[in-house]
Design a protein around this ligand. Structure first.
Ligand SMILES: *[C@@H]1O[C@H](CO)[C@@H](O)[C@H](O)[C@H]1NC(C)=O
Ligand SMILES: *[C@@H]1O[C@H](CO)[C@@H](O)[C@H](O)[C@H]1NC(C)=O
Length: 374
């Protein structure tokens, strides 16, 4: 056999190995069609960074109603930060018109029940197998309906998820209607009020008999949310407080102005932290860099200085139809001598950092507390 034949044979072999391992193009959003059993028809998109870590962590980033995998990919920092830290992002996409998540049917509210939560769990298993990802570092986050699903994933697949971070959601089970993709307005309007034991049991019975480890939870909500009322912050905190054996209403620490000015951080212990944003509407910013620390993907204990590291991204939620017409309250001490980078903060109550944006970005008011270079 001629050397060139052998060489081309080896090349072909090498190429086929590479394509088997590299099932998707890196560093762009790619759809994966056959990730396993998918009875509820959820779509899977994935972002694998160019600089993939060995045994990478997985972040599941779940969009809001009217959102898509692509919108959440573009509207949050998860993929951008994946390039820096080497983790994989899974962006599930809702199969329903209106693209809310099914967080209301018995199927989705049950471990291996065949609903949306089951499909997302199968995406996680697929990604662990395909990329040798670290099964002990799987994290779930989402906004609005995606935050509801974050709580549902934590309750239905506690053995898979190490930590969650929810933005403007409801307690797992609060949206129950008994139908697929239902809307529970009693819950949305903050009128489903229960004790922490009732809420904890609601979560626990989604995976009967499970006694293992549970994901630690970080819960965000705005006090001016008129889509998913702020009472849902309290009810969600009760749920996880009950699950972890904390006492709701008695946080170990209450810290003002974290993760940004106008917010308050409630630390119940290592497994539960709440962030409540005064004046923040349903158009809630995502504090991705803080979440990475919560997940343990980044981390030293140095508490980040909000002026330099809090660079939340706001996804535009079509559900929040309210436009703020009141003039912006004056930002404090203008600092025109410097510029914030894209995604960086550039104003808001209590802000004393740079107020100009690096070209071509402009400073846009997200809410009274947060103006951002977009
Ligand atoms: C919404 O949930 C509450 C319990 O929190 C329940 O009483 C109510 O019937 C549910 N609404 C619908 C439309 O199913
Ligand atoms: C809900 O929690 C927030 C933040 O801790 C608190 O300000 C508010 O009073 C609570 N609401 C109720 C009804 O307890």
């Amino acid at each position: 056999m001629k050397f060139s034949t052998i060489a081309s044979g080896l090349l072909a072999l090498g190429a086929s190995f590479a394509s088997a391992a590299e099932i998707v193009k890196r560093a762009s959003l790619q759809q994966v069609s056959n990730f396993g059993s998918n009875p509820s028809g959820v779509k899977m998109y994935i972002y694998v960074p160019n600089k993939l870590a060995t045994k990478p962590a997985i972040v599941v980033a779940i969009h809001y109603c009217t959102g898509t995998a692509s919108a959440y990919y573009q509207g949050t920092q998860w993929a951008q930060l994946a390039e820096q830290y080497g983790y994989i992002v899974i962006y599930p996409e809702s199969p329903y018109s209106g693209t809310c998540w099914d967080v209301s049917s018995p199927a989705s509210l049950t471990h291996n029940g065949g609903g949306n939560s089951n499909s997302i769990a199968n995406m996680i298993t697929y990604t662990i197998n395909q990329y040798g990802a670290d099964a002990s570092r799987v994290f779930v986050t989402g906004t609005s309906s995606g935050a509801m699903m974050t709580n549902v994933m934590a309750a239905t697949y506690p053995e898979m998820i190490a930590a969650g971070s929810a933005y403007a959601g409801v307690a797992a089970g609060c949206f129950y209607t008994g139908t697929v993709n239902g809307w529970n307005s009693t819950c949305a309007q903050g009128q489903s009020i229960h004790s922490q034991d009732v809420w904890a049991n609601t979560a626990l019975k989604m995976y009967p008999g499970y006694t293992g480890k549970r994901p630690k939870m970080l819960i965000h909500h705005g006090s001016a949310d008129t889509t998913i009322y702020p009472q849902n912050f309290n009810e969600t905190m009760k749920q996880w407080a009950g699950v972890f054996g904390y006492t709701y209403g008695q946080p170990q620490q209450t810290i003002p102005n974290q993760p940004a000015s106008g917010w308050t951080k409630y630390v119940y212990g290592p497994n539960l932290v709440g962030m409540y944003g005064a004046g923040v509407t349903h158009n809630i910013p995502v504090f991705a860099t803080d979440d990475l620390e919560w997940f343990g993907i980044t981390g030293n204990n140095a508490s980040p200085s909000p002026s330099t590291t809090a660079a939340p991204i706001t996804t535009t939620l079509a559900t929040s139809t309210k436009t703020t017409t009141a003039p912006a309250t004056t930002s404090s001490a203008s600092n025109g001598g410097c510029t914030s980078q894209r995604w960086g903060q550039c104003g808001g109550n209590g802000w004393s950092g740079c107020t100009a944006c690096a070209s071509p970005y402009t400073c846009q008011k997200i809410n009274d507390w947060y103006h951002q270079c977009l």
